[in-house]
Design a protein around this ligand. Structure first.
Ligand code: ZN
Length: 245
């Protein structure tokens, strides 16, 4: 059973362990889908000070306020030539990650954003006090197909447990995904099975391809009454209207 449980990506050995988990290979074995992107040393309790869920309306409100910045970040993640001082392989996609903060005067803001090559996990800071969520991009390098819409990986959700996040947003080009932890007690128990369950369900949908099979796995997991989390996906062109997956 131990082999099925991912460990936090605190070092290369841990990342290697995660990459070697059963079922983690396949045509879409991109490192940026299985590493953890969160490595803040100050996990913050996020959105839920009085025990209420954000839900669709709350997630849409947060996304609406940071929409422009998310779009910019997505563009940057797939266009490395923007970095004038680096000569880089155009097939290299860069991953961005950061925090979404709430400031009572300015509304929601994206906090410090960092980027790194996708083979290195991103390490956003986690400022105390007003962090409500985090986000990262799922860019895909041109030589890996370059398609967009890659949903949360099982490891992304596992990372939400590890770092105590209640809301995480993935910016994936044509769509956005959001995972909200709606029942922390259930989630804490379920999370140990998430990688094996995700892979088991995904293998049932292999014929749908690497993106859709992951979406189906997320859908089934989030509909499991024991999972303790809900997945939302944007359903409009502007990526501002969300529905439950
Ligand atoms: Zn991810």
């Amino acid at each position: 059973m131990g082999e099925y449980i991912p460990v936090a990506p605190i070092n290369d050995q841990a990342r290697k362990h995660n990459q070697n988990l059963p079922g983690m290979g396949g045509v879409f074995n991109l490192v940026n889908m299985h590493v953890y992107h969160y490595a803040g040393n100050n996990p913050v309790k996020l959105i839920d000070p009085d025990g209420r869920e954000l839900g669709k309306a709350g997630i849409e409100r947060i996304v609406a306020e940071i929409d422009k910045r998310l779009n910019q970040i997505w563009e940057q993640s797939i266009n490395p030539r923007r970095f004038l001082f680096f000569k880089m392989d155009p097939n290299t996609a860069w991953e961005y990650a950061g925090n979404i903060n709430k400031n009572s005067k300015e509304g929601y803001k994206i906090g410090q954003v960092r980027t790194d090559r996708s083979e290195v996990y991103v390490n956003p800071p986690t400022p105390r006090g007003n962090t409500v969520a985090d986000f990262h991009t799922h860019p895909v390098a041109a030589n890996k197909g370059g398609f967009t819409g890659v949903p949360f990986s099982a490891e992304d959700i596992y990372g939400m447990w590890y770092y105590g996040l209640d809301l995480s947003i993935v910016e994936a080009g044509t769509v956005r995904f959001a995972v909200e932890i709606t029942d922390r007690r259930k989630f804490n128990n379920f999370v140990r099975y998430i990688v094996s369950e995700y892979n088991r369900i995904m293998s049932n949908y292999e014929h749908l391809g690497p993106v859709k099979s992951r979406i189906e796995a997320l859908r089934e997991l989030s509909h499991n009454p024991n999972s303790g989390f809900t997945v939302y996906q944007s359903v409009d062109k502007n990526k501002l209207v969300f529905e439950k997956l």
